[in-house]
Ligand binder design. Structure first.
Ligand code: AHG
Ligand code: MN
Ligand code: MN
Length: 334
């Protein structure tokens, strides 16, 4: 007998929608579509190695990086599902140089656009380590009824109406945030539904995990090096050294720190002063989620969410995680 009723993603978003006066259901529809595309990507991620989808595609994306087959597959899935859905006016993605506006009448009348990193941590695909998808949702600036334009996408992160990620890991988890807070859903393979497993996620104010690519240590500023040394030497106000954890899939690193408490850093380096991560579809959605959970996200100078974007694929340094840890770090940043 079922003695506890666990809400599915669809039920949860519809329930949330009903608390908003005059809500049209478009956001709930969009989140449902994202969940659907995620399930399709999940199936392929689980098959990686069995079918010829694993490995490099032998081409480079507009960032000049190798495109792995699953990156391409994930991009196609999210693009296809949203294009043929009824709640999205266009998308922009790491894998596409320009945004795509959907020109059928229903899509052109939709109010939301979506930014994606379809596959984050793609270097981990071939080695069975967690990877993910990141998305941010904005209300379009242009009027409905016409194709969306670049300006609809180039909005600061604090204009997001929702943001989320999916992790294809030991289980498949979808976390999304709105102004109402952050909630996580685990894919129940028995029924093929994302089911509410992490209600009201709050980021612990302090933690004992720090995440950074130590290989870049001597390319960091002296302030960052001093902070990392502090993590190793004496830990925190809470005492004890921090533990270092770095998966190399930002989405999974930030998810772990969001749940357990910790700090994730991808600072600028001497070679790449803006770091590696992309502002629009990596930093902004994660910053929105972590802030809604009570944490902080900064580029070292300002809040990530207040950065005014100049281009779709620009990079930004990122420091994100537990409030007290980021505050401690700020004493080390020039
Ligand atoms: P992507 O696979 O979308 O290109 O992103 C990879 C990113 C991010 O997920 C991760 O934190 C970072 O690259 C790892 O970079 P390093 O290998 O330089 O640490
Ligand atoms: Mn990425
Ligand atoms: Mn990617």
């Amino acid at each position: 007998m079922v003695n506890r009723r666990i809400l599915t993603l669809d039920e949860f978003t519809i329930k949330e929608m009903r608390t908003v006066p005059r809500a049209t259901g478009e956001l709930a529809g969009l989140l449902r579509d994202i969940g659907l595309a995620a399930k399709r990507v999940n199936v392929e991620v689980n098959k990686a190695g069995l079918v010829d989808i694993l490995g490099d595609m032998g081409s480079v994306n507009i960032q000049g990086e190798e495109v792995k087959k699953l990156d391409h597959y994930a991009n196609t899935q999210f693009l296809g599902v949203l294009k043929h859905g009824i709640s999205c006016a266009g998308i922009a993605s790491e894998e596409m140089e320009d945004p795509v506006s959907f020109t059928d009448p229903i899509s052109m009348n939709s109010k939301y656009v979506c930014m994606f990193d379809p596959l984050d941590g793609s270097g981990n695909i071939d080695v069975n380590v967690s990877i993910g998808t990141i998305f941010g949702i904005y209300r379009r600036i242009t009027e409905r009824g016409i194709p969306v334009r670049t300006e609809d996408f180039l909005q600061p992160g604090n204009r997001q109406v929702a943001a989320g990620y999916i992790i294809y890991g030991s289980s498949t988890v979808l976390v999304y945030a709105t102004t109402n807070g952050v909630n996580g859903f685990t894919l129940d393979p028995a029924i093929g539904e994302f089911s509410l497993s992490h209600p009201h996620i709050k980021c612990p104010q302090s933690g004992k995990l720090y995440s950074v690519n130590h290989g870049n240590f001597f390319q960091f500023s002296s302030g960052i090096r001093d902070y990392i040394t502090l993590c190793q030497e004496k830990g925190t106000r809470d005492g004890g050294p921090y533990s270092q954890r770095y998966i190399g899939s930002m989405v999974a690193d930030v998810h772990r720190n969001l749940i357990k408490g910790g700090i994730f850093m991808y600072p600028g380096t001497t070679e790449r002063p803006e770091g590696k991560l992309r502002l629009m579809y990596e930093c902004n959605p994660m910053a929105y989620i972590v802030e809604k959970a009570g944490g902080i996200a900064t580029d070292g100078f300002q809040r990530i969410l207040e950065k005014v974007p100049e281009s779709l694929h620009q990079r930004s340094p990122l420091f994100i995680g537990s409030r007290n840890m980021i505050e401690e770090l700020s004493g080390f940043l020039d």
